[in-house]
Design a protein around this ligand. Sequence first.
Ligand code: HEC
Length: 139
Amino acid sequence: MPIRVVFPALLALLSCIRVVAQDATERGQAQFARTCGFCHGPDANGGAEGTNLMRSALVRHDENGDLIGAVIREGRPAKGMPAVPLNSSQIADVVAFLHKRLDESDRRSPRKPAQNAAAPEASESSETNRSLHGDRRTA
Ligand code: HEC
């Protein structure tokens, strides 16, 4: 197939994928507002009953719903989180929305880079120690 044909087709495909991804987060936002928002707050920042999901390690470590999906399906009845009967595509939408919210709140939070910088700083100072006191392995 000539490149003249392939290239525009590829571009069209890419823009479709983008639209689909955007739709998922928008559907997820509406779904979240309907079924989760009254506990976790409409933006997932926490509400009267539910925790702030933007501070949740579980949400942060989730990959494509592998962790969040189980919490939605099974809930944590003993702790006040009911099982929510969503189907897998509704769960995928909610997960897409939560990951987008997390990206946004990371970008806004000025403390994040400082926290993340803690680890490299530590290794930097041990690097400095080595150059000041000499590396024993080579001495
Ligand atoms: C009736 C209130 C309520 C509703 C509705 C609710 N949750 Fe929760 N949710 C909670 C509470 C309370 C917890 C904390 C449970 C605990 O301490 O382990 C929680 C925990 C979670 C956690 C785990 C957070 C963590 O760090 O362990 C996730 C993820 C979550 N909810 C997502 C959702 C989603 C998505 C929905 C909608 C589909 C939803 N919740 C609906 C009350 C609710």
